[in-house]
Design a protein around this ligand. Structure first.
Ligand SMILES: Nc1ncnc2c1ncn2[C@@H]1O[C@H](COP(=O)(O)OP(=O)(O)OP(=O)(O)OP(=O)(O)OC[C@H]2O[C@@H](n3cnc4c(N)ncnc43)[C@H](O)[C@@H]2O)[C@@H](O)[C@H]1O
Length: 141
């Protein structure tokens, strides 16, 4: 059975720069991803993305401008099992709003596209970040 997770690639505009929020998990390989998590039974993808973002980063829907039509899907395998991760683009409305981490993460960073791609490590996550960055440059600048 395919696992499904959903979240937001969150960006902020600060000092004339675009920065992306990446969070480092406190377990396993301590990898970095945007806030996201598994879809619970009966939840829609968007409900999952909102719940996980609140739990993992302390940000609620009212903190974000969510671009519901701008999304990107990642497909990879975890322990031999397929996993789909859906990300929507979202802007943090107050760029200075503090991030409140849960026990699932040990660090977070606001990063430029290049820095975020270096930290994200996986090619498909890098492609997602570039896709969203292109959208911002073409439509939101
Ligand atoms: N090793 C561990 N030890 C203790 N508790 C653990 C654990 N793994 C998970 N948990 C528990 O599971 C919960 C996570 O639940 P959720 O928070 O609901 O779900 P998630 O973000 O999708 O989980 P995860 O971090 O496992 O997913 P990812 O696909 O990024 O990452 C899964 C794997 O895929 C790899 N990966 C990530 N992105 C990838 C990509 N784009 N391509 C290929 N591989 C990728 C990662 O490096 C990682 O190895 C946590 O509360 C934690 O308690």
């Amino acid at each position: 059975m395919t696992k499904r997770a959903c979240g937001f690639v969150i960006f902020r505009r600060i000092r004339g720069m675009i920065e992306y929020l990446l969070m480092q998990v406190s377990y396993g390989e301590h990898h970095w991803t945007p806030p996201k998590g598994h879809v619970d039974p009966g939840e829609s993808d968007m409900e999952t993305a909102l719940r996980e973002t609140e739990e993992e980063a302390g940000l609620s829907a009212s903190d974000l401008n969510i671009f519901e039509n701008v999304k990107h899907e990642l497909n990879y395998h975890v322990n031999g099992k397929p996993k789909i991760v859906v990300y929507w683009l979202a802007e943090l409305l107050d760029p200075k709003k503090p991030i409140r981490m849960s026990h699932e993460h040990q660090a977070f960073k606001w990063l430029s596209l290049e820095e975020a791609c270096a930290v994200a490590k996986y090619q498909d996550m890098q492609n997602a970040l570039k896709y969203f960055n292109d959208y911002i440059l073409k439509n939101l600048s």
